[in-house]
Ligand binder design. Structure first.
Ligand SMILES: Nc1ncnc2c1ncn2[C@@H]1O[C@H](COP(=O)(O)OP(=O)(O)OP(=O)(O)O)[C@@H](O)[C@H]1O
Ligand SMILES: [Mg+2]
Length: 378
């Protein structure tokens, strides 16, 4: 295995050039009564036994940067059990500004607040994007296609507000069209919906394809730094067929395929083609990594994908995201741990949780801020 830190260039810049997360405070949130965490602009390691609330804190950081949590909690699940209300607040600093992002839960509802004003998840996104890597992600290659589409989409919506709008519009259209298909609609009405689905779907496909192409370049670079003798690749496989370059042509192709599948769709009451049925296919040496990859190769793919997300954020926005590494050290072997460690330069603000500092090199521990989370914090 090669040394990622030497092979993959991290070109200049520093987290301090952009926006950094400075302080997270939570009140009646998950397992916490009240807790404040000061974050280092470089690396912060949260160390503590199982169930002390490390992932709960990472989840709050993700919610307050990406606007969503990988656990997809109902609002009341965020509340400390038995409490009527609670909140988490993140203070962001940089570019001569102080910003406050908060999420409050009250009466079973959650609301996001940005600098004292109500907003929504989309209003939180984009200020400081975050990339989360947690054990849930490790089998992304093996799981169903929806996990890989979600990986692409959850990254895309943080980088581009239009991506998020298109994705929601497309998902709504599929849902409404599915309802319609179950009701034996008139042909005229169905065609109106087909037009709308094809138009929104084509626009979403353009975003997905462009984003995947950017990730692909970085992904290959990083993977080959981890495993120099293998040839990895990743491709977007659209369920409507090979995509033309032009958006209008994509839309026309989509419409043609919808007509071909109409009978079957009416019979099953389901929209059977479109971006919600597409695949992101990883290969190693030309063979499907899902079917033929070893567990180690599949994990290297996820690791390379995550690092690629960090770099693509920098490529597109000109600054690094907040990197959240929840409990992944214990899941990776020494080579892959070293690959991550080599990659985390001071330029990338990183929060790492662990139960065991033994996974970290002395060099990392020397430059990191280590925060012990104990049962008394809860
Ligand atoms: N809404 C809630 N109210 C009270 N406690 C909660 C709530 N949600 C989660 N918890 C508790 O938080 C604890 C888990 O916290 P968390 O997952 O952050 O632990 P962790 O430190 O990451 O542990 P591990 O090292 O095992 O991953 C559990 O004991 C769980 O019961
Ligand atoms: Mg945890």
């Amino acid at each position: 295995m090669g040394d990622v830190s030497k092979t993959v260039q991290i070109d200049g810049g520093s987290a301090c050039d952009g926006i950094v997360a400075a302080e997270l405070s939570v009140f009646h949130y998950r397992s916490f009564e009240a807790f404040t965490l000061q974050l280092d602009p470089g690396v912060t390691v949260l160390v503590g036994h199982n169930a002390v609330g490390k992932t709960n804190l990472v989840e709050a950081l993700q919610l307050l940067t990406a606007g969503v949590s990988f656990r997809r909690p109902a609002p009341v699940e965020l509340l400390r059990e038995g409490c009527p209300s609670g909140r988490a607040m993140l203070r962001l600093m940089g570019e001569g500004r102080l910003l406050d992002h908060a999420i409050e839960v009250e009466e079973g509802k959650r609301r996001f607040i940005k600098n004292g004003k109500n907003t929504n998840a989309a209003g939180i996104r984009g200020v400081l994007p975050s990339v989360l890597f947690c054990p849930d992600h490790l089998d992304m290659v093996k799981r169903s296609a929806s996990a890989r589409r979600a990986a692409l989409d959850s990254f895309g919506v943080q980088l581009n507000a239009q991506y998020g709008k298109l994705l929601s519009a497309y998902e709504r259209t599929v849902e409404q069209r599915n309802n319609l298909l179950k009701e034996c609609p008139s042909l005229d009405l169905l065609e109106v919906w087909d037009e709308s689905l094809a138009r929104t779907g084509a626009a979403l496909l353009m975003h997905r394809r462009a984003l995947l192409e950017r990730i692909r370049v970085r992904f290959i670079e990083v993977y080959q730094a981890i495993a120099p003798h293998e040839v990895p690749d990743v491709a977007y496989q659209a369920s409507i067929g090979v995509l033309p370059d032009d958006r209008d042509e994509v839309s026309e192709l989509f419409l043609r395929v919808l007509r071909e599948r109409r009978e079957e769709e009416l019979r099953r009451g389901l929209t059977l083609v479109g971006p919600h049925r597409d695949e992101v296919v990883f290969t190693i040496d030309g063979r499907s990594a899902r079917d033929f990859g070893s567990q180690g190769q599949q994990r290297s793919i996820v690791l390379a994908w995550k690092i690629a997300e960090v770099q693509v954020t920098r490529d597109i926005l000109g600054r690094y995201p907040l990197l959240l590494l929840d409990d992944v050290m214990s899941e990776l072997d020494a080579d892959r741990r070293n690959a991550i460690m080599g990659f985390i330069a001071d330029e990338i603000q990183t929060i790492i949780t662990t139960t065991n500092l033994g996974y970290f090199s002395q060099d990392v521990l020397d430059r990191a801020k280590v925060v012990r989370i104990g049962a008394e914090e809860r």
